[in-house]
Design a binder for this molecule. Structure first.
Ligand code: ADP
Length: 469
């Protein structure tokens, strides 16, 4: 089958979170399984752009309301990522440093989607599947089915994968002028709660909708930022498919970011070496259990609980553990973590920012990874942690519930808690400190985790079945 993935992120081209990891890996493994998978995304000014060679694939023109724009689609020359990668260049609109966070994100992503369907329309053949990811590409199924200029694409089957339903891309009806000439009778296919809602539109228009874990799909019918009734109504076409992880990128035996490699057999020695490096870099005591947090410092991740939870754990248990945080997000949380650096020096450290290499070293060198998330559609961090023999401490929600078992259960390897609260986190840290004393138990848990297979091959098979259906 020929599958076109349309996305705002794709690792290593541009990544802000899990979406990037997934779209960087899924097409690669689909190609390995014999499909023709391609990715098209905006052309941002990232290191990958400058480090690669490109050919011009298509030049076109389109309108966003009454703004007429030219766009160019370039293709990476050497198939470096294991699939054909296309970037859409719209001068002044997409070619920026960051992926998101601009005042004109609505215009940027709507123009991107119009350029993509215009490009697909120009093809001499039709792909089998158009696979859209998250709200930034959520209008594509509507464009293909209900816009007069793209009627040739109406027969192609569309799949929409929800990596995060919190962000829906709402836009007021005054912006409906951006949508290429459309069948006005189909207004209901764009709308939710009196505005245009690209995520809701995709759920309505796509042939199948997938979410990145089974539990998250269930949760969407009760918590989905206003779309609960829609998910209840459309549940017949929704399926939860757990993300895989790219074992070629995330492998402690070969990881290019690590100086000390290890396998399940050498896990204790390997982790000790990586931990020593990490602790010396951040002024922490390698004898103590090292608990880390990696991720966006936002409410979904319950990041605002971290300062009080870490300070509270140090207050209650003294210097029983060391803590290291890597992340960026809400300024208030960043500020509170930075304020803790001096008073808790030697026990706590934090890096405010995004650092891919450091994240790999933290998965390898930490003993525990904390994820108190309020919402976690799948969660990749815990899967990476498990692959690196790092015990996940997670709140039971979404994909965390589906992938982490509690160490109190037979062959359980993680620490689970129910409430996103300071007291539940401190209690769980206490359990971590306790199990760290029992080296045999810790080693067994590390071995169980590292034996779990979360490879993409499995996931690719599930997507293939949906495409075939
Ligand atoms: P989300 O997509 O909601 O942010 P996921 O758990 O699905 O969360 O994916 C997070 C991905 O982003 C992981 O690969 C994680 O290692 C990475 N990541 C998040 N924040 C940072 C950071 N500050 N530095 C490096 N990597 C990060």
């Amino acid at each position: 089958m020929e599958i076109i993935h349309i996305t705002a992120e794709c690792y290593p081209v541009a990544k802000a979170g899990g979406l990037g990891d997934v779209v960087g890996a899924l097409p690669k493994y689909q190609c390995k399984a014999g499909h023709i998978a391609k990715v098209i995304m905006p052309m941002y000014r990232t290191a990958f752009l400058y480090a690669s060679e490109w050919t011009v694939d298509f030049k076109g023109q389109a309108n966003l309301g009454n703004w007429h724009f030219d766009f160019t689609i370039i293709k990476e020359k050497y198939n470096k990522l294991g699939f054909d990668l296309f970037l859409v260049d719209i001068n002044g609109l997409l070619d920026r440093q960051k992926i998101y966070g601009y005042g004109d994100d609505t215009e940027r992503f709507v123009a991107f989607q119009i350029a993509v369907v215009t490009w697909m329309k120009s093809w001499e053949h039709r792909p089998d599947i158009v696979h859209c990811h998250d709200y930034h590409t959520g209008l594509v199924p509507f464009f293909m089915q209900h816009c007069y200029d793209f009627q040739q694409l109406a027969g192609i089957k569309t799949i929409f994968t929800i990596h995060n339903a919190q962000y829906q891309g709402w836009m007021g009806w005054e912006k409906s002028r951006y949508i290429p000439r459309w069948d006005l009778w189909k207004r209901g296919m764009l709308e939710w709660a009196h505005s245009i809602n690209p995520l809701a539109s995709a759920v309505k228009c796509a042939y199948r909708v997938t979410t990145v874990s089974h539990s998250y799909l269930q949760e969407l019918t009760s918590h989905s930022n206003g779309l609960e009734a829609l998910f209840e109504y459309e549940k017949g076409k929704c399926v939860g498919i757990l993300n895989g992880i790219d074992n070629e990128v995330w492998n402690p035996a070969t990881d290019s970011y690590l100086s000390f490699h290890y396998t399940a057999k050498s896990v204790n020695a390997g982790k000790e070496q990586n931990k020593a490096l990490l602790c010396s870099r951040f002024g922490l005591d390698p004898q103590k259990p090292l608990i880390v947090f990696i991720g966006r410092l936002v409410g979904e991740k319950a990041a605002e609980l971290l300062p009080d939870a870490i300070a509270g754990a140090i207050h209650e248990m003294g210097h029983a553990a060391s803590y290291l945080v890597l992340g960026s997000g809400e300024h208030d949380v960043e500020g509170r973590l930075t304020d803790m650096l001096m008073p808790f020096s030697g026990q706590f450290n934090a890096v405010i920012g995004y650092d891919e290499g450091l994240s790999h070293l933290m998965y390898a060198g930490a003993d525990f990874l904390l994820m108190p998330s309020r919402v976690e559609p799948c969660g990749l961090n815990q899967l990476y942690a498990m692959r690196y023999g790092t015990v996940p401490i997670v709140r039971s929600t979404g994909g965390l519930r589906d992938t982490v078992s509690d160490m109190g259960d037979p062959e359980g390897f993680g620490i689970r808690f129910n409430q996103a609260s300071v007291s539940d986190i401190i209690y769980s840290i206490g359990r971590a400190v306790h199990v760290y004393q029992s080296k045999d138990h810790l080693t067994r848990m590390r071995n169980w985790m590292m034996a779990i297979d979360h490879s993409w091959e499995n996931t690719v098979e599930q997507f293939t079945r949906i495409y075939q259906a």
